[in-house]
Design a binder for this molecule. Structure first.
Ligand code: AMP
Length: 271
């Protein structure tokens, strides 16, 4: 992979990377289409990274559709699919990790020990291997995007990290590989996440700036959905990810909700 990229860079080509864990859907494909339009060479990585899973069953049950993924990559102009094996990414003796500080402690970091350290470690390895000029991530995983941007800034890495908007089903549900795990009943209930965000966004647009009020109104949408269990629902500063009492600067509402065994996340800008 690196030999290929070094040669391409010498030829002056601009390389774009879209890191994924496979089970590709329209959200991933939108990142690829964007990157295709911005770069000469499009690299997509497909790697289900064991380091970022905090539950064995989640890793074992993660959807894997490699052949179909390759077809979709071809159809969306991917030049190279980089799909390493876990034993090549983490050979015997592997013992180094990258960890970002406070930004990884709240939101998803609070409930998923080691998750972000797993993410930043694998992303650092992907960046060092693919040597892309840009790397494109979805706002769907807003904390992940911000943590990776922080890592790149803090460690003086050369890649530019670009965030792109969340792709949704027509009814508002954010696309996610984990949606496959939802029963038809849970799929209907999953709309409580986007409803909660819509409610907060409408109130914010009407001029409500008080976070506790917005959080209370949004939480009602989860609480009135039978079987939905809220893990967190918070309003944070869009850059630092610190909790905000009032929306006086760019703010994001982020939430994680369980439907049965499936954990879903979503977020929206309140400005
Ligand atoms: P994953 O395969 O879940 O690790 O996701 C790979 C990339 O796709 C990450 O940058 C995600 O944020 C992004 N992504 C996942 N779902 C969506 C979506 N619905 N819209 C846009 N990007 C997404």
């Amino acid at each position: 992979m690196r030999t290929f990229s070094q040669k391409a860079r010498k030829e002056g080509k601009r390389i774009g990377l879209v890191p994924t864990m496979g089970a590709l859907h329209a959200g991933h494909l939108s990142l690829m289409d964007y990157t295709r339009s911005e770069c000469d060479l499009l690299v997509a990585s497909i790697f289900v990274n064991p380091l970022q899973f905090d539950r064995e069953d989640d890793l074992a049950g993660y959807p894997r559709t490699f052949e179909k993924d390759l077809e979709l990559c071809t159809a969306h102009g991917v030049d190279v699919v980089f799909a390493p094996r876990p034993e090549n990414m983490y050979p015997d003796g592997f013992q180094t990790s990258v960890s970002v500080g406070d930004m990884t402690k709240g939101l998803c970091g609070a409930g998923r020990t080691g998750h972000f350290q797993g993410v930043t470690t694998v992303v650092m390895k992907l960046f060092n291997t693919v040597l892309s000029d840009i790397a494109v991530f979805g706002e769907k995983d807003f904390q992940q995007l911000k943590v990776i941007q922080r890592m790149v800034r803090d460690l003086d890495m050369l890649v530019e990290v670009v965030g792109r908007p969340t792709v949704r089903e027509n009814d508002g549900l954010a696309l996610s590989s984990r949606n496959k795990h939802l029963s038809p009943e849970e799929r209907k209930k999953a709309l409580c996440l986007s409803r909660a965000l819509d409610r907060a966004c409408s109130l914010a647009a009407e001029g409500v700036v008080d976070s506790p009020t917005l959080i209370a109104k949004a939480s009602e949408e989860i609480q009135k959905t039978n079987g939905a269990k809220m893990e967190y629902l918070e309003i944070v500063d869009s850059d630092s990810l610190k909790p905000l009492d009032k929306i006086t600067k760019p703010a994001r509402m982020c939430l994680a909700v369980w439907l049965g065994e499936t954990r879903l996340i979503d977020n929206a800008s309140l400005n």
